[in-house]
Design a protein around this ligand. Structure first.
Ligand code: CTP
Length: 444
C-alpha cells in the first residue's frame, strides 16, 4: 500500500488484500454485501468459509462475486482436490498475504475457538497464523451473546487487540429480541477500511466528474476531437468512490471500463456534456472537470459523408459552450469546483489565468511537454494552483495517486468551508469506536 499524506490509498490494481472469514450463522448471506462494498473500495478479498457456513450459503455465490476460489477446506488445494504440498501450506500463504482478516458473522463457537487458540479448520488456523489485524462481527442468539463464556471470550479477544464489533439489538432470527444481530455492513466496512488505513473521508459527498474527450461531428463519419484517454477522470471517479462518495461520471467516448459503483453517463458532444453536467451540478457537492472538451465545432453538420470528388470543403467553426465558465454563476457556497489545464507552453501562467477566469477552487495544471504526463500514459506530472497564489507541484506519479492528492485538497476545502467538520482521524476513530466494548448494561 502506498502512503500518501496522513492516510494510505490502494494503488491502481487493488493490492490491499483482506480475508473475509464466514462462519456458520443465518447472517452468513450478509457477508456478500460486505464483499461487494470492499471490492468497490478497491480491496481484494479472499473468502474463507467454515464447513457450517457452507450449509447456509453455497461457496459458489462468493466465488462468483469475488472472482476467485473460496477456501473451505484445510487441504483443499487450488483445485479443491487431494492434499498436496501447496494445499498444506496454503493457510500460511494466505496468512502472510493479507492486510486484515474480517469474520462475518462470527458465531459464539468461532469466538470461543479464537479466544482459546483452537485451530481445527482453515479459518481458525488462519486466525492463529496471521499477524494481520483481526476484526470480528458477531451474530448470534441473545442468550449466547450474553452467556458469561461468550462475554469472557470477547473480553479476551479485545484484550489481545481483536476488534470485536458490538452486535446490534433487535429482532433475531431465532424469534427472540435483544443484542445479537449482526451490526450493519456499512459499520463493518468502515471498521475494515479504518483498520487498513484506507481513507473513508468523502462519505456523504456527491462527486460529479467529467472525463475523456468530446467529439464534434462534421459529417456522418468525421468529427473534431481532442486527444484524451479519459484515464485521469476515471481515476478520480474510482478514488472518489473508494473514499465513500457517490460519484456521477459524465464521460465522453473512451475505451475504459467504468469503475465499480460509479454512475456513468455517456455523452459525445460538448453540448451533450454541458447538458449532463448542468443536470447533475445542483446535487453535486464537488465537481471535477477533467474532460478535454473540444473548444470548437463545425457550424454545419453534413448528414452524409462528404465526398472528395466534390473538392475540399469549407469548414466553418463556432465555439462550444464553456461548461466550467457556465458553472461559476450557478455555484452554491461551499460547493467545490476544480478545473484542469493541459498546456504545451507557459503552463503556470496559462493555468493561473483559467483558474481566475473560471472562478475555480483550484486547477490541476499538466505540462504536456514532459515525458510521463498527458495522453494515454498511466502517470501524470501535475501542479495544483490555488487562488491565493499557492502552487503545489506533485512529482511524477500514477493518475490514481494524482487523483488521491486532488481529493485530499477537496476534503481540506470542504472542511474549511465547515461542511465537513470531522477530521479524517476523528472519522477513523468513529469507525473504530464500533469496535469498543459496550459500556452500559446489555438489554435483554
Ligand atoms: N472546459 C470546459 N468547457 C470547454 C472547454 C474547457 O468546461 N468548452 C474545461 C475543461 O474541462 C478544463 C478547463 O475548462 O477543466 C480548461 O480546459 P482547457 O481546454 O485547458 O482550456 P480552455 O478554457 O479551453 O482554454 P484554451 O483552449 O485557451 O487552452
Amino acid at each position: 500500500m502506498a502512503a500518501l499524506g496522513n492516510h494510505k490509498v490502494c494503488p491502481y490494481g487493488a493490492t490491499v488484500k483482506v480475508a473475509l472469514g464466514i462462519s456458520g450463522g443465518i447472517a452468513a448471506y450478509k457477508a456478500a454485501e460486505l464483499l461487494r462494498l470492499l471490492q468497490e473500495r478497491g480491496v481484494e478479498v479472499q473468502v474463507v468459509m467454515t464447513r457450517n457456513a457452507c450449509e447456509f450459503v453455497a461457496p459458489l455465490t462468493f466465488a462468483a462475486l469475488s472472482g476467485r476460489k473460496v477456501i473451505t477446506e484445510m487441504f483443499g488445494g487450488e483445485t479443491g482436490g487431494a492434499a498436496n504440498v501447496e494445499s498444506a501450506i496454503e493457510h500460511i500463504a494466505v496468512a502472510q498475504s493479507i492486510d486484515a482478516l474480517v469474520i462475518v458473522p462470527a458465531t459464539a463457537n468461532l469466538l470461543a475457538k479464537m479466544a482459546h487458540g483452537i485451530a481445527d479448520d482453515f479459518l481458525t488456523t488462519l486466525c492463529l497464523a496471521t499477524k494481520a489485524p483481526l476484526i470480528a462481527a458477531p451474530a448470534m442468539n441473545v442468550n449466547m451473546w450474553e452467556n458469561p463464556a461468550t462475554r469472557k471470550n470477547v473480553e479476551t479477544l479485545r484484550e489481545r487487540g481483536v476488534k470485536v464489533l458490538a452486535p446490534d439489538e433487535g429482532y433475531l432470527a431465532c424469534g427472540m429480541t435483544g443484542a445479537g444481530r449482526l451490526t450493519s455492513i456499512e459499520n463493518i466496512a468502515q471498521a475494515v477500511l479504518a483498520t487498513l488505513g484506507v481513507a473513508y473521508d468523502l462519505d456523504g459527498e456527491h462527486l460529479l466528474v467529467t472525463a475523456g474527450p468530446t467529439q464534434e461531428p462534421w459529417d456522418e463519419v468525421r468529427y473534431l476531437s481532442n486527444r484524451s484517454s479519459g484515464k485521469m477522470g476515471y481515476a478520480l471517479a474510482e478514488a472518489g468512490r473508494r473514499r465513500g462518495a457517490r460519484v456521477v461520471l459524465v464521460s465522453g467516448p473512451t475505451h475504459l471500463e467504468p469503475p465499480a459503483g460509479v454512475e456513468v453517463e455517456c455523452v459525445r458532444t460538448a453540448e451533450q456534456m454541458a447538458q449532463a453536467v448542468l443536470r447533475h451540478f445542483e446535487q453535486a457537492t464537488v465537481t471535477l472537470m477533467a474532460a478535454a472538451v473540444a473548444d470548437f465545432r463545425p457550424v454545419e453538420v453534413h448528414p452524409q459523408k462528404l465526398k472528395k470528388q466534390e473538392g475540399i470543403p469549407a469548414l466553418k467553426l463556432e465555439p462550444t459552450p464553456d461548461i466550467l465558465a457556465m458553472l461559476a454563476p450557478r455555484r452554491r457556497p461551499g460547493q467545490v469546483v476544480v478545473g484542469f489545464a493541459a498546456e504545451t507552453e507557459n503552463l503556470l501562467a496559462n493555468a493561473a489565468a483559467k483558474l481566475r477566469e473560471k472562478r475555480l477552487d483550484f486547477i490541476v495544471a499538466n505540462d504536456l511537454s514532459q515525458p510521463g504526463a498527458g495522453f494515454d500514459v498511466d502517470t501524470n506530472i501535475a501542479t495544483l494552483l490555488f487562488p491565493d497564489g499557492r502552487a503545489k507541484p506533485l512529482e511524477k506519479m500514477s493518475k490514481l495517486d494524482v487523483a488521491q492528492r486532488i481529493l485530499d485538497e477537496v476534503v481540506a476545502l470542504r472542511q474549511k468551508s465547515g461542511v465537513r467538520s470531522q477530521e479524517p482521524e476523528e472519522r477513523k476513530q468513529k469507525a473504530v469506536a464500533h469496535a469498543s466494548p459496550p459500556t452500559g448494561p446489555q438489554k435483554t
